[in-house]
Design a protein around this ligand. Structure first.
Ligand code: FES
Length: 163
């Protein structure tokens, strides 16, 4: 096993331990499911299947019910997400000003589709409705940074700022 794999393994164990602690804390509480899912997602960055199985077991809630909750709320993610989440606005103002060309450019540059994550887990692309900065249309956010008045040509340079 390489050093890299070893460190990933250790990191994974630490996360599993954190989940155990979390479940120990919430096991007896009523209405714990949503906060536990939120905190578990903070630990892993998403909700891996084995974590959901453990949550089901410890909180004594059927796994199918947990999947129902996770798929209902947009805040929960069943797949790993990138270090940087790009949210490109497809609201009316942005759409009118060329928002779809921006999404297309990002898809071409990163070779992923809307909702997908690059294989190196660097970027996740999501198109969203109005980001509340219509005056800056077309707009995208990368994590907490807002980038407005975008042009197709500016996109590559902006992405390159994120390492
Ligand atoms: S429509 Fe894009 S920010 Fe409002």
């Amino acid at each position: 096993m390489s050093k890299h794999q070893l460190s990933i393994g250790t990191e994974q164990n630490e996360k599993d331990l954190q989940l155990d602690q979390l479940l120990a804390e919430y096991r007896t509480q009523k209405g714990a499911l949503i906060p536990v899912l939120q905190k578990a997602q903070d630990i892993y960055g998403y909700l891996p299947e084995n974590a959901l199985q453990k949550i089901a077991q410890e909180l004594k809630i059927p796994l199918s019910k947990i999947y129902g909750v996770v798929t209902f709320y947009a805040q929960f993610h069943l797949k790993p997400r990138g270090k940087y989440v790009i949210r490109v606005c497809q609201g009316t103002a942005c759409h009118v000003r060329g928002g779809s060309a921006i999404v297309q450019e990002i898809q071409d540059l990163l070779q992923i589709k809307d909702g997908e994550t690059t294989p190196d887990l660097k970027f996740t692309l999501e198109s969203v409705a109005c980001l509340g900065a219509c005056g800056l249309a077309p707009v995208m956010m990368i994590n907490d940074d807002t980038h407005g008045r975008l042009t197709k040509d500016a996109v590559a340079k902006i992405l390159a700022q994120y390492e």
